[in-house]
Design a protein around this ligand. Sequence first.
Ligand SMILES: CC(C)(COP(=O)(O)OP(=O)(O)OC[C@H]1O[C@@H](n2cnc3c(N)ncnc32)[C@H](O)[C@@H]1OP(=O)(O)O)[C@@H](O)C(=O)NCCC(=O)NCCSC(=O)c1cc(O)c2ccccc2c1O
Length: 151
Amino acid sequence: MTTSTAAGVHKLALDVRFGDCDPAGIVYFPRFFDFFHQAMETWFPAHLGFGYDEFVRVRKLGFPAVHTEADFERPSRFGDRIEIHLRVIRLGRSSIEFAYEVHGQDGRRVTGRSVCVVMNLDERSPEHGAAVAIPAELRERIEAFGVGPEV
Ligand SMILES: CC(C)(COP(=O)(O)OP(=O)(O)OC[C@H]1O[C@@H](n2cnc3c(N)ncnc32)[C@H](O)[C@@H]1OP(=O)(O)O)[C@@H](O)C(=O)NCCC(=O)NCCSC(=O)c1cc(O)c2ccccc2c1O
């Protein structure tokens, strides 16, 4: 389920699945990086005007992470409803830095960051496989969404 409310924050609500958890019943830490990516994927149609599938398959742009980090403050468990909050905190030439928060009923549980780079996936292009400038239309839409550390 995708919901978007406050300006500059994209929110994705998820239910923790059985397969997200380790034998102790706690969400295994790499799963949060997938949750961050799911939030980023759903941010595209919610705020940028087109789907992430169009970005990759039609526009032939990739968006690999070149950096990611997370801090884990409280555990999440099977059956929990959690909400991933995504903000854009920096726009570079080709890179976009995201900040994430994961919230549960008891408040904030995880914080994270990632830097993703717009990459040319068009095999016919001499720039194939390299970082490329964020397209102007995309930059404008991200700026309209809101960029910065404060909400
Ligand atoms: C991504 C690369 C091809 C970029 O290499 P290149 O040499 O072309 O670019 P630069 O080195 O000049 O950097 C461009 C840009 O990124 C910033 N940057 C680079 N490293 C870091 C870092 N560690 N921390 C912060 N920022 C960094 C740099 O400052 C520049 O910023 P500007 O804004 O000034 O332009 C190459 O780096 C590469 O191939 N890396 C490996 C990527 C990888 O394997 N990541 C693992 C996860 S894969 C992934 O997450 C992924 C997700 C998707 O959704 C995809 C979708 C579609 C296709 C692929 C996907 C994908 O792989």
